[in-house]
Structure formats: structure tokens, C-alpha cells
Design a protein around this ligand. Structure first.
Ligand code: SF4
Length: 457
């Protein structure tokens, strides 16, 4: 078993038995479940809307090269500089060069999973740059020195009491503050940083090909401040975020809001098409857009897994997943957790080291059911399992066990060779890994042939 797999097993075993964790997660996800139906009522025909969204993403991903070049040409005409980064190291090097050129000491950053993926904060700290998370959830996680727990709600596993305790410890404020007071404390500290920072970093929820724009969606206004106040704005985004037309936002913004947080529309939706223009009074002097591959073209190369690139990172599949709800976001030890994380991480990183995630699923299909762009997540988990077997990543005992199983299934005489008790003994000792965390397999005492004969008598 790989080191990543044994860490995952150990962490998830501990978390699954932590009742306090379960209580907090169930509470927070129940609030989400209560509001999502309210957001859905805005769609006359939700099935058709989701199907249309899937078709738009299909079109965008099938023509990804053309779309990205169109985006690059259009945003470059308005003065933004587009940088193509094949790996996380390439992206970090480019950001490092920009920060050096701007003599950056302080950087403000809005919520971005891609910056988590490339470990930007760690890199900046190494180069003496103070990187401040400005999204409240991310700010809480940064104070606690923890990665985000969830792709949309980074501090979902913390109660309001946990956050009050953390603020009292780290920020020297009175203990037991209310959520409103805590928000004000964060706001007061963060506001100063926007004007101090030389560089602001944001992600992009969508890249728009026909206008050459980025679309950023948020509830706190911190992404607007992070992109508008500093003189230099760096956008870092995965190449799969492309949409063909600005008109597509009329469908994708409500879909993302509803499936992400149950809102009809997120509070702030910003479209940025370049740095400050000559006739404009505000905005950054320079804008860079870093288009990151970092393994996404591995997903693109396989016509089946390509579908995973339709993801709009709404987080709905995490909230719906019985495995995620039991083991939590940190057990995965990956940037992207839950069903979508289990589908894409083996391709973004390494199939052998992360194949275990594709087995951490009951294949109930609830993730596929809730996905706004109708990605067949549970089938993609099966595809990952298939690929890992084809690549020879399964253990010898697993291969032997399945060979025996196949022979027995194909030969009725072998199935009839012994009674249920013997079969239970043999199979449960062969599939030891399976039965460590599950009940033993329990065969019928009589064979099918015996029961059939009895029935005919
Ligand atoms: S896979 Fe679907 S449900 Fe999961 S985060 Fe992506 S868009 Fe949302």
C-alpha cells in the first residue's frame, strides 16, 4: 500500500469515529440542504438548464485550444499579459518574478483553490512575502495554519465557538465574540492590508473567450478589493475554466450560486477584462493572467475523464457524499476533496499514489445526481479503478483473488463444490482488506442448484 493510501486510511478511520466532527459537519451541511431548494426555484426547467450547461462545457472543452487562444488574444488587446504555465513550479516561478520586479513585501489574496494546489503561500513565505488571505473562511484557516477543509466553505468543520476561541488565541481579542463581532475584527485587520499590498492575487470562476474577460464570484467583496487596490493584479486559474461567451454567464452564475450556497446569485459578480484603461479612474496598472495546466491535459487526453474538466467547483458533490460527511475534507490530504477530488487528483498528481481515493466511494451516485453540470462522477471513479488495474497497480493478492472469483463464477461446478460455511471461510480470508472495515461476506448455506432443485420438487 502506498504511503498516501495508508495516511488516508489512518486519518479517515480516526475522523469517522469523531462524533464532535460529525455533529459540526452534519449541522453545517443541514443548513446548506435547507437553502439549496430555495435557490432552485428560480429555474423553470432545472433539468434542461443543467443539460444545457453540460453542453456548453462540452463545447468549450472539446475546443479548449481554440477557446484559450481566443481568450488570450482578446484580453491581451486590453493590456493584460497572459502566461502559460505547464506545472505548479512554472506558475510559482512566474509569480515570484512578478513579485520581485514589483518589490512586493505584502500580497493580498482572495479565495482560490488553484493557489492552494500550487502551495502559493508557502512559496511566498519562503521568499519573505507576507501573503494575506482576505476571504473570511480562508483567513480563519490561515490563522489556524490549516488548509481549506472544503472547496467552497474552507472552515466548514469549525463551529462559531471554535472560531471565537481561535481569534482570542491568535489575535488577542476577548474570548467568546459573536460571529458579527468576529467578522468586524477580521474586516478591521484586512482593510489596512489592501492599501499596503503591492500585489493582489485572485482566481477566476470563469474565463470568457469571446470578450477576453475573467469572471470572479464572491460574497464578501474581498476579491474586488484584492484586484482593484494593489497596482498589480495576478490572476491564476486552471485552463478548464473557459466558457465560450459572456452570454453563458446568465446560466452559469445562477447555477454556481444555487448549487454552491443555495443563493439565487452570489453577492458580488465581477467581470474584469484587463488592467486600468486610459479613461478609467481605478483598477490595477498591470494585470497578469496565469493559465495553469498542472495535469489537466492528462484528464483531457482521455475522452472519458475529460468530462471532469466541466466542473465549476460548486462543492455540491462534497456536501452530498456519505464518505465526505464521515471522514471530512482533511483526511483526503489533497487540495480537492470529496467525489470530484477523488476523480481528478489521480490524474493531476499520480494515479498509483492516489488510486485509493477512487475506491473510497460507495458508488451510490448521489454526487452525479447533484452535480449542476451533470458530470458522471461515480462512473469516472470506476474509470479510475479500471485504469489503475490496467496499469498493473493492483496488489498480487487482489489479482489472485479476482482470478479465482472469475473462474468460480464461470464454472458452476466450482460454485457447487462446497457449502456456505467453507465458502465464507475461504473468501473472507482471501479478501482480508475488504473485510477490515466491512462485515464479512456471508454465502447462502445452499448452492443455487440445490435451491433450484428444491423449488422444482
Ligand atoms: S463535480 Fe459537479 S458537483 Fe462537484 S464541485 Fe464540480 S460542478 Fe460541483
Amino acid at each position: 500500500m502506498s504511503k498516501t493510501a495508508s495516511t488516508f486510511k489512518a486519518k479517515s478511520t480516526i475522523k469517522a469515529g469523531n462524533l464532535d466532527h460529525r455533529r459540526k459537519i452534519n449541522f453545517n451541511i443541514s443548513k446548506y440542504n435547507a437553502v439549496v431548494p430555495q435557490g432552485k426555484v428560480q429555474f423553470d426547467n432545472l433539468v434542461a438548464a443543467r443539460e444545457h450547461a453540460k453542453n456548453v462545457k462540452w463545447q468549450a472543452i472539446e475546443k479548449l485550444d481554440v477557446m484559450l487562444e481566443q481568450f488570450e488574444n482578446n484580453i491581451s488587446m486590453r493590456g493584460a499579459k497572459v502566461i502559460w504555465a505547464e506545472t505548479a513550479e512554472d506558475a510559482l516561478r512566474e509569480i515570484g518574478n512578478i513579485c520581485k520586479a514589483k518589490n512586493c513585501k505584502t500580497l493580498v489574496k482572495s479565495k482560490s483553490m488553484v493557489t492552494e494546489e500550487i502551495h502559493l503561500n508557502k512559496f511566498l513565505a519562503k521568499h519573505g512575502i507576507d501573503s494575506i488571505e482576505t476571504d473570511l473562511g480562508e483567513y480563519i484557516q490561515q490563522l489556524d495554519e490549516e488548509p481549506p477543509y472544503h472547496i467552497v466553505t474552507p472552515a466548514m468543520h469549525k463551529s462559531k465557538e471554535d472560531v471565537a476561541k481561535l481569534f482570542a488565541e491568535k489575535l488577542n481579542v476577548p474570548a467568546g465574540l459573536s460571529p458579527q463581532q468576529l467578522t468586524l475584527v477580521a474586516r478591521e485587520r484586512l482593510r489596512k492590508k489592501y492599501v499596503e499590498a503591492e500585489v493582489g492575487v485572485t482566481g477566476a470562476n470563469f474565463l470568457i473567450a469571446d470578450t477576453g474577460s475573467i469572471s470572479v464570484t464572491e460574497n464578501e467583496g474581498n476579491a474586488r478589493l484584492s484586484s482593484a487596490f494593489p497596482k498589480t493584479h495576478i490572476v491564476i486559474t486552471g485552463i478548464e475554466k473557459i466558457l465560450p461567451s459572456i452570454n453563458d454567464l446568465s446560466l452559469f452564475l445562477p447555477l454556481l450560486a444555487t448549487f454552491g450556497t443555495g443563493q439565487k446569485l452570489t453577492v458580488y459578480n465581477t467581470i474584469i477584462s484587463g488592467p486600468r484603461q486610459k479613461n478609467e479612474t481605478d483598477g490595477p496598472e498591470e494585470m497578469y493572467v496565469i493559465l495553469l495546466d498542472n495535469g489537466r491535459t492528462n484528464l483531457l487526453a482521455n475522452p472519458k475523464t475529460r468530462e471532469a474538466l466541466y466542473c465549476i467547483r460548486c462543492g455540491a458533490c462534497l456536501n452530498a457524499c456519505p464518505v465526505y460527511k464521515n471522514i471530512g475534507g482533511h483526511s483526503y490530504d489533497t487540495t480537492y476533496s470529496g467525489p470530484i477530488g477523488s476523480v481528478i487528483t489521480p490524474h493531476l498528481k499520480n494515479l498509483k499514489a492516489y488510486k485509493h481515493l477512487s475506491y473510497a466511494s460507495s458508488l451510490c451516485g448521489n454526487c452525479t445526481e447533484v452535480c449542476p453540470v451533470r458530470i458522471n462522477l461515480h462512473e469516472l471513479l470506476l474509470e479510475n479503478r479500471y485504469e489503475s488495474v490496467v496499469e498493473g497497480d493492483s496488489s498480487v493478492s487482489e489479482r489472485v483473488a479476482w482470478k479465482l472469483w472469475k473462474q468460480a463464477s464461470l464454472h458452476r461446478s466450482m460454485m457447487n463444490i462446497s457449502n456456505g460455511s467453507l465458502k465464507n471461510k475461504v473468501v473472507n480470508s482471501l479478501f482480508k482488506g475488504w473485510t477490515n472495515h466491512r462485515a464479512d461476506l456471508n454465502f447462502s448455506q445452499k448452492t443455487f442448484n440445490e435451491m433450484w432443485k428444491e423449488r422444482k420438487q
